[in-house]
Design a protein around this ligand. Structure first.
Ligand SMILES: NC(=O)c1ccc[n+]([C@@H]2O[C@H](COP(=O)([O-])OP(=O)(O)OC[C@H]3O[C@@H](n4cnc5c(N)ncnc54)[C@H](OP(=O)(O)O)[C@@H]3O)[C@@H](O)[C@H]2O)c1
Length: 252
């Protein structure tokens, strides 16, 4: 039995991955943005060990979440699932940072750096990352002006490949779930909802040789093409330095 933490598990793919892993007999800790959503998350995933609360648009709350997760014990796997797509332009979080940047890019970075290192790290990207630009020269300024969802999903691939290169004792992989009918994907999304959560659940616990790898980009349990920009160590270092500068958190 593995112990797994899943961010953004009050709804959508995070919630479905949590239920799947609980049904397989694993110990799952949920995460939700506030107490109300936390209660709803636990009600929808009976058998979960607990739910931890933090609004990831706030760096302070995200740092506090890492501390709460560490206090709860060690995780075998963390699925960095929470994400935002359609949000009002210029939405900012507690520290004045754009919500898109805080939730999609900085929260996975902060949690990765501050949480006790698990054996497996799974990040959520999107096929849309292929249209993204790293925008690393002044990430905050770019974010305030024109950072897109695609840019942040490219950041998630860069983060994965950087961690896979630097932390050789963990499996760090990234998933494109397809365009699936969640709150984010919308009711008309064409891809399979089941296939949309199974890859990250599989990467979290399976001992299959094709799941016990690192630095790979998966779609429906198969390695697929991703932006070669993410493999460039210079880009990776620049990305980590930008995140460190904004968050005050070192990569380690
Ligand atoms: N659906 C797709 O077609 C698709 C395609 C490509 C990639 N993805 C990626 O897959 C992941 C999951 O997406 P999904 O479709 O399951 O989206 P979703 O249904 O919108 O769920 C997103 C989850 O993240 C949580 N979340 C968002 N902002 C948060 C914040 N500030 N603090 C704490 N939690 C927050 C949400 O909480 P609330 O429920 O309280 O809002 C929800 O639990 C995302 O990273 C997304 O980028 C999805």
């Amino acid at each position: 039995m593995a112990r797994i933490f899943i961010t953004g598990s009050a709804d959508g793919l995070g919630q479905l991955a949590a239920k799947d892993l609980i049904a397989q007999g694993h110990q799952v800790v949920l995460h939700a943005r506030n107490r109300e959503r936390g209660k709803q998350a636990l009600a929808k995933a009976p058998g979960a060990e607990d739910v931890l609360i933090a609004d990831l648009s706030s760096m302070a709350e995200t740092k506090d979440l890492a501390a709460k997760a560490n206090a709860s014990g060690v995780f075998d796997a963390v699925i960095h699932n929470a994400g935002v797509y359609r949000i009002p332009q210029n939405s900012v979080g507690a520290e004045g940072l754009p919500v898109l940047l805080a939730v999609n890019t900085l929260a996975p970075y902060i949690l990765t750096c501050l949480m006790h290192r698990p054996k497996r790290l799974i990040y959520m990207s999107s096929g849309m990352h292929l249209q993204g630009k790293p925008n690393l020269d002044n990430l905050t300024a770019a974010a305030l002006g024109k950072l897109t969802y695609s840019d942040t999903k490219l950041h998630d691939v860069i983060l994965t490949m950087a961690i896979a290169r630097k932390w050789t004792t963990v499996y760090a992989n990234v998933v494109n779930p397809g365009w699936v009918p969640t709150k984010m994907g919308g009711a008309g999304a064409p891809d399979s909802l089941e296939a949309g959560y199974q890859t990250q659940a599989w990467l979290a616990v399976s001992n299959d040789p094709s799941a016990t790898v690192t630095g790979r980009y998966f779609h429906h349990k198969r390695q697929t093409r991703y932006s070669p920009v993410a493999d460039d160590p210079t880009v990776q270092e620049k990305f980590l330095a930008a995140c460190e500068q904004i968050t005050g958190v070192k990569t380690g």
